[in-house]
Design a protein around this ligand. Sequence first.
Ligand code: HEM
Length: 498
Amino acid sequence: NDTLPVYTDGGGHPVSSPYDYQRAGPNGPLLLQDFHLIDTLSHFVRERIPERVVHAKGSGAHGYFEVTRDITNITMAAPFSDGVGTKVPLTMRFSTVAGEAGSPDTNRDPRGFAIKLRTSKGIWDWVFNNTPVFFIRDPTKFPLFIHSQKRNPQTNLRTPNSQWDYWSQNQEAIYQILILFSNRGTPASWAQMHGWSGHTYKWVTETGDWHYVKVKVISDEGINNLNATEAKDLIASNLDHNTQDLSDRITAGKFPSWTVAIQTMTPAESLKFKYDVNDMTKIWPEDEYPLLEVGKIVLDKNPDNWFAEIEQLAFSPANMPFGAEPSNDPVLQARLFAYSDTARHRLGPNHEQIPVNCPLAVDNFQRAGWMRVDGGAGTLPPGAANYPSSFEAPVSFTPRPYNLSAIADPNNPQGTVLTSYKLSPRDFEQPNALFNTEFTDVERQSLVDNVIAALSSVTVPQIQQRSVDMFACVDPALGEKIGSGIGFKASSPLKCGE
Ligand code: HEM
């Protein structure tokens, strides 16, 4: 049938039968020249990547987020800044936490509730759970807590002893334990769960005003849970119950949907809040901090390729557009580091170019590394400079639209500053001493000759001028010698830093 594609090996060469292989005679050993066999085997034995260290079992789908309220008085972050009615594509992944990739969907566990929003200003990952609080408020506890819940290193069994040993020693987990051991610990469907940010974030406006914010993603169907017997029965009859349920709903056109709401707190209010605003074992009561509906989520497309679009998803709470910032919640701060770090391990340094993780637009200087399969330069022409060039201007730089130090937090009055060292005339003092008092005559002359030779092959006059000025800042005589060697004079007045 010539309408079908022709079966080939990995090099694109047609192969008559995928089952056949080459031997030295009908009953002889295999031939190393059989590329098809070797290609097939060697790809197969590399088909697994590490599973997620937590949240290994999960499933997901694609859809969109729609802005339903103008909250530019709370944040300048896209998609909100793009106006009511703006829709951005998203991918969501739901997961259990402690089980391995093949473990049952209906195990008692919190559920991961992760959302990748592809906004006009970059990726915004909402890496939430289906619970409003968390077990810990100290980041150092996370690996230790997870060790107590996962398999014992000697027996490879999960043991109630270590689970309850941890919890009874670390009782700040109690709110989450109550949820976990109620029927909320076994949701009936990914579509019938709410999601919560858990953490407090800071959302900032164009003028630098900011609020503490928590996000709640409310299932339009309400929540629906299994009792312990139902959950156990499903483990016996269908390990993948929730995975299947999500996929079946979308195939049947019964698209899961959620309403997104936020709670806000001003910095002044936070000082009067009964608990630490950065303590993620506490909720903000909804009667005191009412929910404000701001958006809608709909999931309307199943993945075409589970590995490419779900397993290779890499979420990071550090992925935030301008207008959303982390609070000083230490658990959140630790997560800002941990997720991209694990993605580099699990998927490699170029995980952000995997289509499901890729922002709508990305232009930077990251071109190489393992498995770089695109030009790595976004929309830049292939020959564009691979660093911030002064003469080819490959990219422009957006000034940050607010000054981080201006939004200092009353809970941390020092604030944070965005800075780098500025050049000053003092930066030339030690080079001057090296040139004049340490170098020998031979070294001085070799420096002049070698720099003249190097600068003569530079073809951009403003680079030659800046370089001559740099040497003149070290010593005017040095600038004069090098300048005359390439036909330039030091600028007058000469500027040697601020
Ligand atoms: C210090 C605390 C924490 C650390 C170090 C941590 C670390 C991790 C790591 C390493 C993964 C695997 C990611 C991957 O392989 O792509 C993960 C997954 C996940 N975590 Fe955390 N986590 C922490 C706390 C939390 C909290 C507080 C939440 C929710 C509020 C959360 C929600 C999730 C979710 C939803 C996933 C699954 C993401 C996906 O579907 O790919 N984690 N976490």
